[in-house]
Design a protein around this ligand. Structure first.
Ligand SMILES: [Zn+2]
Ligand SMILES: [Zn+2]
Length: 138
């Protein structure tokens, strides 16, 4: 579990009904929703929630580091509550399903210093692509 709600409570984030619904929609494993998907699911629980509120709440969750933004292939940005455990993504090139994966070893170590061009490298983003089991058998 991402435990997003629990983390937000733990840090004393003010949970209004609207913010709670956004956090509930995002809570869970392998959750990577676009802002529009978050809004649609939040509105199913709290019909009066506005798109602007959803967008603002997402922006705030990102800025406090509890949700990360993921972009794959110029598709719409997705929001990922698995912000505390470094992970990479496995993406189905047909249906867009995304899984959180944890490759073994330190991905930073795979870039030799001769290839770093003086950069201080702080982050690695790897996307593994292929077909998910559903698409592979379709
Ligand atoms: Zn698929
Ligand atoms: Zn993820």
């Amino acid at each position: 579990m991402s435990d997003l709600l629990q983390r937000l409570r733990g840090r004393g984030w003010r949970l209004t009904a609207q913010r709670r619904v956004v956090a509930e929609v995002l809570d869970g494993d392998h959750v990577h929703l676009t802002a529009d998907e978050v809004h649609a699911r939040a509105a199913a629980r709290l019909p009066e929630i506005s798109r602007a509120t959803v967008y603002n709440t997402l922006g705030e969750l990102v800025s406090i580091g509890e949700v990360i933004e993921v972009s794959t292939d110029g598709r719409a940005k997705r929001y990922d509550p698995n912000a505390h455990r470094p992970h990479q993504h496995l993406v189905c090139s047909r249906c867009g399903t995304i899984r959180d994966v944890h490759p073994s070893g330190d991905p930073l170590a795979h870039l030799p210093s001769s290839e770093r061009f003086g950069f201080t490298v702080s982050e690695v983003e790897v996307t593994y692509r292929g077909l998910c089991p559903n698409c592979a058998t379709a």
